[in-house]
Design a protein around this ligand. Structure first.
Ligand code: AMP
Ligand code: MG
Length: 467
């Protein structure tokens, strides 16, 4: 069946200041690696065509463009970023009536490529495919993966020449905090206003003006980061250009799920100071929203009043984060409505896990069963803690925990194995991982090996930015 994508593009109808029209650069030989049939159906897409998802053919109705944005990278403002290796083909309405972007990533240079080649290699493409789809299966807002296609062209990276690939990413939108920052910093207020109205209409139609938008994004980001924390996810590069207005997780570069729990865990090889460490993520989310506030304040006639209002909105975030965290971690130990008083119980378990190097996912998955204590070397300490939990929980604790605690996450060492196999042309591990991760709360026993933490030899200590 020939490919049909029912495009209905709105970003391309915005003024030219927001983007540069740019067609993808064709590749030597498009070979399909993965195709997300369920997502395609949700998007009203019929048929499939690797040539389109490699960027060799521009499909009917597409209006390809590279989006402009800026952003704070590791705390420093970079005045111009933009899609350096991504191209927005256009938008479709999904079966729920929500507008979704269809974007190629790794599809060749754009005016915003700076020193980059506009390409991606197979490793990060498959990594993003697996991890973003795993996040979706975990119920966490995220961009999705529709297709991965090999290009038949080498991509030159530090490690040497690597096989090239293109990912097709689907998002509620690719609007970022950095999209607002670039116009605010340039003093382009008309563009900033147009963008703000566009974002409100697209994501938060009930929001009242720029401050209403800010409040909505703060709430979405607070919920998102609490959700990450609850599954041991470390984003790794929470720059403001990787912080969405929609509240979806975006940019699966150096991200990782923790095996052994540690609050200060960092995987990203470029995060020398631990700015984006696991336990720092809530603080960084607030910092990012302060940058968003700084941009949106530029729209106000009465700047002083706007500063006051924006400050109150951003200052409300730590409490939103805290309450979302408490709700999620309460459920993880079996409490439907955790109270502030329950916080020490949760924190004491995390402290035990940290002291013991216990596996984050497997401890929670085992809670309430006889094997939970086996996750610890200091079993007496765990038993004493478990008694406190028993004294607190109600009869429905097991059902609450079953919903809150996944039994499988995409572990780093499994992703590395999968990439190595795929480089040799073997996609069986990819398929197996995708299948195991599709129902994380109910994993068939033939996937038990994928639930196992890494042995000393298997530990992947660092992840790389994936460019
Ligand atoms: P990221 O670290 O992936 O969020 O990317 C930061 C910026 O670098 C964005 O503007 C990207 O488009 C750009 N970029 C990353 N990799 C490449 C590449 N291989 N070629 C061109 N631009 C890139
Ligand atoms: Mg990015």
């Amino acid at each position: 069946m020939p490919l049909h994508i029912p495009f209905d593009n709105s970003y391309a109808a915005l003024p030219a200041a927001f983007y540069t029209r740019q067609a993808p650069t064709p590749v030597r030989e498009a070979t399909p690696l993965a195709w997300n049939e369920a997502l395609a159906a949700q998007l009203g897409i019929t048929g499939q065509d690797a040539a389109v998802f490699a960027g060799n053919t521009v499909p009917a109705g597409a209006d390809p463009l590279a989006q402009l944005y800026a952003g704070h990278q590791f705390g420093n403002y970079n005045p111009q970023l933009g899609d350096g290796r991504a191209i927005l083909l256009g938008e479709v309405f999904d079966t729920k009536g929500i507008r979704r972007d269809i974007q190629l990533k790794g599809s060749g240079p754009t005016p915003y490529s700076r020193m980059g080649d506009g390409r991606a290699w197979l490793g990060p493409v498959l990594r993003e495919y697996v991890v973003s789809e795993a996040m979706h299966a975990l119920g966490i807002p995220t961009t999705r993966a529709l297709a991965a296609v090999a290009t038949g062209e080498p991509v030159l990276r530090e490690q040497g020449p690597l096989p090239g690939a293109v990912l097709t990413r689907v998002a509620a939108s690719h609007l970022r905090v950095g999209t607002f920052q670039i116009f605010a910093h340039r003093g382009h207020i008309e563009e900033l206003r147009t963008l703000t109205n566009y974002a409100i209409e697209r994501h938060y139609p009930d929001a009242d003006g720029p401050m209403g938008l800010l409040a909505a994004v703060c709430r979405a980001q607070a919920e998102l980061v609490a959700a990450w924390m609850s599954v041991g996810f470390i984003h790794g590069v929470m720059n403001t250009d990787n912080c969405t207005i929609s509240g979806e997780t975006i940019d699966y570069g150096p991200c990782a799920f923790m095996d052994a729990y540690h609050e200060a865990r960092v995987f990203s090889s470029i995060d020398q100071t631990g700015r984006y460490a696991y336990g720092n993520q809530p603080r960084i989310a607030v910092w990012n929203m302060a940058q968003c506030a700084t941009a949106l304040i530029q729209l106000a006639d009465d700047k002083e009043a706007a500063v006051e209002e924006a400050t109150a909105i951003v200052h409300a975030m730590p409490e939103q984060l805290q309450s979302a965290w408490l709700h999620r971690f309460g459920a993880k130990i079996g409490l439907e409505h955790a109270m502030e008083d329950d916080q020490p119980l949760i924190e004491d378990l995390l402290a035990l896990m940290q002291a013991d190097g216990a596996d984050f996912t497997n401890v929670f998955a085992a809670l309430g069963t006889a094997t939970a204590r086996d996750q610890f070397t200091d079993r007496d300490a765990f038993d004493a803690w478990e008694q406190r939990r028993q004294d607190r929980i109600g009869p429905d604790a097991m059902q609450i925990m079953a919903r809150a605690n996944p039994h499988i996450i995409p572990r780093n060492h499994r992703i590395e194995d999968m990439i190595a196999a795929a480089q040799g042309g073997d996609m069986a591990l990819f398929e197996r991982l995708m299948s195991a991760l599709s129902s994380p709360h109910d994993v068939p026993s033939d996937f038990d090996d994928l639930r196992r933490p890494p042995t000393k030899d298997e530990i992947v200590p660092a992840t790389f930015c994936g460019t």
